[in-house]
Ligand binder design. Structure first.
Ligand code: AMP
Ligand code: MG
Length: 420
């Protein structure tokens, strides 16, 4: 039996970072930048005012107090986006709004509230300064954010809203990012019915394709649902063909020991495949292999295929552990590990057969400490328990269990402290 780490290492060995493509900046959120971005502009382009007030020569305000005001002649008003044609000479000032370029001759800004502007009925030809200002006060310097020609964003960073904003500030409408992987998803099972259909007796709805597609989307991939294949070699072969131009193929079901678990028979014939039992619970049976596919240009390529177990909880948990890092690697991300915390386990969890147990738990923070409570019955078909949980508490393979009150690692499915 492989450990979780060994299985993951093998999978990641077959997965590569995808190519870069140019995209509009707003479509790049969460993707990895594939080029260094240099600035063709200076931000701010000119020295400008950080406040609404008066552009002055600081020395003209020396000694100003409420009692001994210094009066300056107002020669112009300048708003953001305009440039004053006047020069501030001794004894004069230009009324200035936030963001407006500093007029020639001025070296400081006196804020409106440090003048008698509000006490005057209207703005006449002069203004009284109530407090002296220090030289350079409330001026934003040209280039204090970005200088022309400088490296602003380095490749390999992940684009967040801040980077979208920075790119916009540089006037970049498009940028090169590692493209999103297309993940083809195929459910297998004679018992499965599509969610748009009525449910005949003895059948169940295909939930795996949807939970898996949602996970693909959450982690930055593009899901392509291929539908349901029957448990026969011919049905599976026909369905698989529809996914051969994807970057990764995920099947669910058909990888365990049952009579109708034909995924392995087909894949052994179609490509290279390894069947593993991974030392974990849920999710012991797992298939991984390479399917020969043909891309849009007609070139043969190797598509990694992950065969997840059919049980709905097992499919989701194995996805988190194996498919998520593979997708993140294809996206060019460096951090492939799921966020984990230490939490006090509130009810005992047993580990009966030496596998690594992932128990669905509700994590709450109380008085600065995380607590994790199992969601109840842990059958790997009980999908609603995944819905109740926000984390997976880990019992290591070499431990018989966790006592109530012990501290254990919890993989966070959602990083949301508000839950509960
Ligand atoms: P299998 O791995 O194919 O033996 O499936 C294990 C269990 O998961 C069986 O009870 C199946 O009915 C169930 N199952 C398999 N695929 C799906 C699916 N796509 N949606 C919901 N349940 C499924
Ligand atoms: Mg099946």
């Amino acid at each position: 039996m492989l450990s979780v780490e060994q299985a993951l290492e093998k999978i990641l060995g077959y997965v590569d970072v995808l190519e870069a493509e140019p995209k509009p900046i707003l479509d790049c959120l969460g993707q990895v930048l594939a080029e260094d971005v240099y600035s063709s502009v200076t931000i701010p382009p000119l020295d400008n005012s950080a406040m609404d007030g008066y552009a002055v020569r600081a020395e003209d305000t020396r000694g100003a107090t409420e009692q001994t005001r210094k009066f300056l002649r107002v020669i112009d008003t300048v708003a953001a986006g305009s440039i004053s044609e006047y020069e501030v000479e001794p004894g004069t000032t230009v009324r200035i709004m936030t963001g407006a370029p500093l007029p020639k001759g001025a070296d400081s800004i006196v804020r409106f509230e440090d003048t008698d502007e509000t006490q005057r009925k209207r703005i006449s030809g002069e203004i009284g300064v109530l407090h002296e200002v220090e030289l350079g006060r409330d001026i934003r310097r040209a280039g204090e954010d970005v200088t022309h020609g400088s490296l602003v964003l380095s490749k390999e960073i992940v684009i967040r809203p801040s980077e979208v904003g920075v790119l916009a500030s540089l006037g970049c409408s498009e940028v090169k990012v590692i493209r999103r992987p297309v993940v083809a998803i195929l459910a297998t099972g004679n018992e499965l019915v599509d969610i748009a259909q009525p449910l005949p007796k003895g059948k169940i709805y295909n939930s795996n394709s949807y939970s898996v597609a949602a996970l693909v989307q959450r982690y930055g991939g593009i899901p392509r649902i291929l539908g349901i294949a029957l448990d026969s070699e011919s049905s599976l072969v026909i369905s698989l063909r529809k996914g051969l131009d994807a970057d990764m193929l995920i099947t669910t079901g058909g990888v365990s020991m049952g009579d109708y678990d034909v995924v392995k028979d087909v894949l052994v014939k179609q490509g290279e495949i390894a069947f593993w039992t991974v030392r974990m619970k849920p999710g012991k049976p797992l298939a991984f292999g390479i399917v020969k596919g043909i891309d849009e240009a007609g070139v043969t390529k190797n598509i990694p295929h992950l065969g997840l177990p059919g049980n709905p909880v097992s499919a989701m948990v194995t996805f988190e552990l194996f498919a998520r890092p593979a997708i993140l690697k294809m996206l060019g991300k460096k951090n492939l590990t799921k966020p984990a915390i230490e939490a006090v386990i509130e009810e005992p969890i047993t580990n009966s057969d030496g596998r690594r147990v992932f128990t669905r738990v509700v994590v709450e923070k109380r008085n600065g400490q995380y607590y994790a409570r199992p969601t109840g019955p842990q059958g790997s078909g009980i999908l609603t328990s995944m819905s109740l949980a926000n984390g997976l508490a880990i019992v290591p393979e070499d431990k018989p269990g966790i006592e109530a009150g012990d501290v254990a690692q919890v993989l966070m499915l959602d990083w949301n402290e508000e839950t509960g």
